[in-house]
Design a protein around this ligand. Sequence first.
Ligand code: NAD
Length: 419
Amino acid sequence: MSSDINPFESLQEQLDDAAEYIDVGDDVLERLKNPERILETNLSVEMDDGSIEVFRAYRSQFNGDRGPYKGGIRYHPGVTRDEVKALSGWMVYKCSIVDIPYGGGKGGIVIDPREYSESELERITRAFAEELRPIIGEDRDIPAPDVNTGQREMNWIKDTYETLENTTAPGVITGKAIDSGGSAGRVEATGRSTMLSAREAFKYLDKSLPGASVAVQGYGNAGSIAAKLLADDHNARIVAVSDSSGGIYNPDGLDPHDVKAFKNETGSVSGYDDATEEMTNEELLTLDVDLLVPAALENAIDAELAEDVKADVIAEAANGPLTPDADDVLADQDVLVVPDILANAGGVTVSYFEWVQNRQRFYWTEDRVNEELERHIVDAFDDLIECYEEMDLPNLRIAAYVVAIQRVLSAYEEAGSWP
Ligand code: NAD
């Protein structure tokens, strides 16, 4: 992993690349490349032993031209102001490409959650929710889970917000547990959009998904569910998976459910019995497979590593797993990359469905959620391919940004500028 690459610079470079194909002035482009506002705060929280610890936390509201800011909250020691800015920008264009009425936001706390007890994490989360309260809301900014956060944290944030506002507002946050106003299908949604994007990409290339070999880097929520759906729904062969402890390999295919159960029990995929080989993350990323799914963190593949990538298709479940230079290398090698802003947009799309259901106080079946999700992802893939072919663009990422930026631009221009 190349950690010295600034993700915010990567985002800006991607926007610059796409802007070359769009009729947009430098003044408006500057607006599209920078967040509208950022909250940076230090949370002072009492630990179980009575001491006070201070945690740096951020919320970036990047662009609200198409609707309320929307995006997850990440708990990770590597969270930085620039990372949060980049992730919030990617949310703008992700919501736009799948055509849901949101802008983009993102938040994070600089923390390794494994070092804290559940009660400490609850106090830290509630302290952050209190800081967020003036700037979030059902029509203002709607957070969601991201790396190392899930239903538990979302329920705490919702409860803190509702208590302080003396109201019920389940739509203030998405990714909640079902009994707290969550949506059926939300937990699987990101992995499902990765599977759907890969399916559409294989169809586009006239390649067969049944029997195709798949490697998945990062076996968390997004990666493990993509693996399960690819295997269960399309008979793809999951030959390698990894997490931060390293990777495992079996050319005949691993059982993605069993690997997940093993990871839940032991904390990592390493040491899984049915693997024929253990490998590093770098080895996994350069395996000769039909489909590679990077589902861990940013910048997993830089230009140097990209030279050795042998996959035919990459479906980006993680946000920003390829550096811009890696994109160029992979395009030269004819690797079809389905960009993150489409391949992992299932999470935010079903978050949108959750919010719609919360506002209507009327809940959908899981089948309806999955059907609506499929429609959004397939329509977005078709829009992207149409733009890619019509404009003869270098890669699908540029096509996705061209479509997405044009929609944001229209909303901005139609609203007019004020004051
Ligand atoms: P998660 O915490 O459930 O899983 C992350 C996994 O990556 C873990 O298994 C972890 O061990 C592994 N990992 C961490 N560092 C690694 C490394 N250096 N090499 C290999 N594996 C490593 O997180 P998640 O929710 O699955 O998110 C993963 C990615 O997907 C992130 O980029 C996130 O922004 C993106 N994403 C997630 C969602 C969602 O709804 N969960 C939505 C959109 C995008």
